[in-house]
Ligand binder design. Structure first.
Ligand code: COA
Length: 378
């Protein structure tokens, strides 16, 4: 019988240090994040979200014709069908938007003619629809709960531009569209994070693309993953003023509570995405006349570093960036999903291409040899 190796060191440690698969989608070296071999700094400086989507799905940059095609395909697929919108309107909106988004993406499959077709061609068609519609769905939620009309996307405009317009209902500021585009690039993928792993686990049973993405949304929602950006804003509001920030951090550490947006399993010398977002946070909080939000964030950042040697992750400064853009706090994590769905799809496709079902072992720690007793004898 073939021997099975059990890596005891990973037990109950969140699989820290465990290599679960090979991947060519994105990788982290030191404090550098690369998508398909390109650093995020390079992509942020020269690319746009649509091009990054092509890169993640095709393992190369597009030609001019290919770039125009993916932009046009995404744009054409942003509109939500009327029957689907009618179904969405039956869902209560007094829930967290991530709860609503998870259901809404699951519902998409009911109208998707490729839903159960796992061929490469069908998966690429679903991929376009999923990425194109994710932002429209989040904006539909915001419109429905505010009893506003659901706006249709404008042809020839990017995902970032349309997202900003459909969310607010007004023509977006070009500077903020650029910031949103950068945020979408920065959040698009991140190696084997919790939600990408959830995507791959579901895909590994050869379940369909919508199921894999719904699993990912569920994983992203948690406060230890994508839900942290919202919690950072909640924390800043709770602290209130600069003079209380240091004490807040010390009290949290003494109480063994997590300071949201700080720390990372992989980056120990700082998250490169946080460095980019920090600059936006400074400019944009000043622009809306609330520089103290940035200053308070810096103080928390420095105090955590001094007290615990921990640094901010992607969620820390994105909170004040989104807040300064006038985005409701509970929409922060859904924005993460609007971007990360591109990476989830790349991971699902990579999993389908070289699949073996994920089936780890658990180490038994319960009682053994028990015998059933009739209910009256228990
Ligand atoms: N605030 C306070 N202490 C923190 C901390 C934080 N944000 N992040 C880590 N720590 C501490 C832990 O308490 C632990 O301390 P100890 O060794 O004295 O017990 C140590 O640092 C290791 O933390 P651990 O939770 O084991 O790290 P992890 O690799 O399992 O978790 C995160 C990584 C990101 C989940 C964790 O840093 C965290 O919960 N951060 C806040 C949530 C967040 O921002 N999530 C978004 C991630 S992108």
């Amino acid at each position: 019988m073939a021997e099975v190796t059990i890596y005891e060191g990973a037990l109950d440690k969140g699989l820290e240090g465990v290599v679960a698969c090979t991947t060519a989608v994105s990788f982290i070296v030191g404090n550098t994040l690369n998508y398909r071999g390109y650093t995020i700094e390079d992509l942020v400086a020269h690319s746009n979200f649509e091009e990054v989507i092509f890169l993640l799905w095709n393992n190369r940059l597009p030609s001019a014709v290919e770039l125009e095609k993916i932009k046009s395909d995404l744009n054409k697929n942003m509109t939500l069908d009327s029957e689907y919108v009618s179904a969405l309107k039956t869902l209560p909106t007094d829930v967290h938007p991530m709860t609503w988004l998870r259901t809404a993406v699951s519902l998409m499959a009911h109208w998707d003619k490729d839903a159960n077709d796992n061929s490469t061609e069908a998966n690429m068609r679903k991929a376009i629809r999923l990425v194109a519609k994710m932002g429209s769905i989040v904006c539909a939620f915001e419109a429905i709960r505010n009893k506003r009309e659901i706006l249709n996307p404008v042809a020839g405009k990017s995902i970032a531009w349309n997202f900003m317009r459909m969310l607010k209902g007004t023509e977006p500021d070009p500077e903020l569209v650029n910031v949103m585009d950068t945020c979408l690039i920065l959040h698009a993928d991140h190696e084997l994070n919790c939600s990408a792993f959830a995507t791959r686990v579901t895909a590994s049973s050869l379940s369909d693309m919508h199921s894999a993405i719904v699993s990912a949304i569920g994983a992203l929602k948690g406060p230890l993953h994508g839900g942290a950006n919202e919690q950072v804003m909640v924390m800043l509001a709770k602290i209130g003023t600069m003079d209380k920030a240091q004490q807040f951090v010390k009290d949290a550490l003494n109480a063994k509570e997590k300071v949201m947006g700080i720390g990372h399993r992989v980056y120990k010398d700082g998250d490169p995405r946080a460095a980019i977002l920090r600059k936006f946070s400074k400019t944009l909080t000043a622009k809306i006349g609330k520089p103290e939000l940035y200053e308070m964030s810096v103080l928390i950042d420095e105090t955590m570093n001094k007290e615990k040697g921990l640094m901010p992750n992607v969620d820390f400064y994105s909170a004040t960036v989104y807040h300064s853009m006038g985005i409701p706090t509970d929409i922060f994590t859904p924005i993460f999903a609007v971007s990360r769905v591109a990476g989830w799809i790349a991971h699902a496709n990579e999993q389908y291409e070289k699949n073996r079902i994920y089936r780890p072992r658990g180490k038994w720690q319960g009682p053994e040899g028990l015998s059933w007793k009739p209910v009256e004898d228990r």
